[in-house]
Design a binder for this molecule. Structure first.
Ligand code: PEP
Ligand code: MN
Length: 336
């Protein structure tokens, strides 16, 4: 912790800051400059800089190490590669996950699974438990939906990713899914994150609608600190003042997170834009920005989808998107 005192800060004010640093457990080094005194605290780094900034005579305070430890790239500079069967996420290949927003019927899900498989996807996505903004909207098929997903995944040789909304659903979902998705609305459901730290299956953790990158990394830290190191992070758009798109796809989060953390980064241009006509462009941009995987919604009949139809690609658009992304990937020395 580095605390810079204001010009003219009094000795009692400096002493008060020093006392607080010592009380938290820091060893204090004082630098007396011509205009400013600076107190450097070496130690546990448990404090929030604001605790110092509100003290009389303090100009500013900075934490010198990051609040997240296990998610920090310095732990594993070469990056984490997550294996799901023979699929590797975080390696040279950009992995495609695709499927409908919700599992609706057996026919619908099997049709979608075959389409995404033929387009080059390695995982099929679909929600059996849906976090809908309105309680009157379709809430998902529950266990029936999970059964359909597992059967379709096994039939077409795809791994299955689905959202867990509550920790009580974990035991039910374990036999059916290969990757647990934590949705944007649950990014800070700390009890859920802790429970997912206890299991040994990969987690796809989505960035919250109004979450900073540091908050996303701290949420990952909850899972990692439980001993589950198979965490991938996902940019899925954040809420801004812009209303043209459903969310603002923060493409810059991809290289930012890749530099800060060793965890693989997934991009979701579907929720990121909310508009089918913008999904391909944001998928291409995400690959160019360095994402390790894409998760994209498609539907065999999007206009009849129970959820997120407007952002779901038509089958041929999904195939076209994968083909375009393959070209972009090759330009940066990667494959799809
Ligand atoms: C979804 O993947 O369908 C979903 C609900 O995503 P998010 O949590 O990003 O809104
Ligand atoms: Mn959706």
């Amino acid at each position: 912790m580095l605390v810079v005192m204001q010009e003219g800060a009094t000795e009692p004010q400096i002493d008060a800051v020093e006392d607080k640093l010592v009380q938290i457990g820091y060893k204090v080094h004082r630098i007396t400059g011509v205009t400013h005194s600076i107190l450097g605290g070496v130690g546990p780094d448990a404090a929030d800089p604001v605790e110092f900034e509100v003290m009389p005579g303090v100009k500013e305070a900075h934490r010198l190490t990051s609040a997240y430890k296990l998610a920090n790239r310095s732990i594993r500079p070469e990056g984490t590669v997550i294996s799901i069967g023979d699929i590797k996420i975080g390696g040279n290949e950009v992995v495609v996950m695709g499927g409908p927003c919700s599992v609706e019927t057996r026919d619908q899900f099997f049709t979608c699974t075959e389409i995404v498989k033929n387009a080059g996807a390695k995982l099929v996505r679909g929600g059996a438990f849906k976090p809908r903004s309105s309680p009157y909207s379709f809430q998902g098929l529950g266990e029936k939906g999970l059964q359909i997903m597992r059967e379709a995944g096994d039939k077409f040789g795809l791994k299955v990713v689905s959202e867990v909304m509550d920790l009580s659903q974990i035991p039910l979902m374990l036999p059916y899914v290969d990757v647990f998705q934590v949705g944007a609305r649950n990014m800070q459901n700390f009890n859920l994150l802790k429970a997912l730290g206890e299991i040994r299956k990969p987690i796809l953790l989505k960035r919250g609608i109004a979450a900073t990158i540091e908050e996303l990394l701290l949420s990952a830290e909850y899972i990692l600190s439980g001993g589950n190191y198979e965490v991938m992070l996902c940019e899925r758009g954040i809420r801004t003042f812009e209303t043209y798109t459903r969310n603002t796809m923060d493409i810059s989060a991809i290289p930012v997170v890749k530099a800060l953390s060793h965890l693989p980064m997934v991009a979701d241009p579907s929720h990121g834009t909310g508009r089918r006509d913008k999904v391909q462009a944001m998928a291409r941009a995400s690959v160019a920005a360095g994402c390790d995987a894409l998760i994209v919604e498609m539907h065999n009949d999007p206009n009849k989808a129970y959820s997120d139809g407007a952002q779901s690609l038509f089958p041929e658009q999904f195939t076209e998107m994968v083909n375009q992304c393959r070209v972009v990937a090759s330009a940066i020395g990667r494959t799809i």
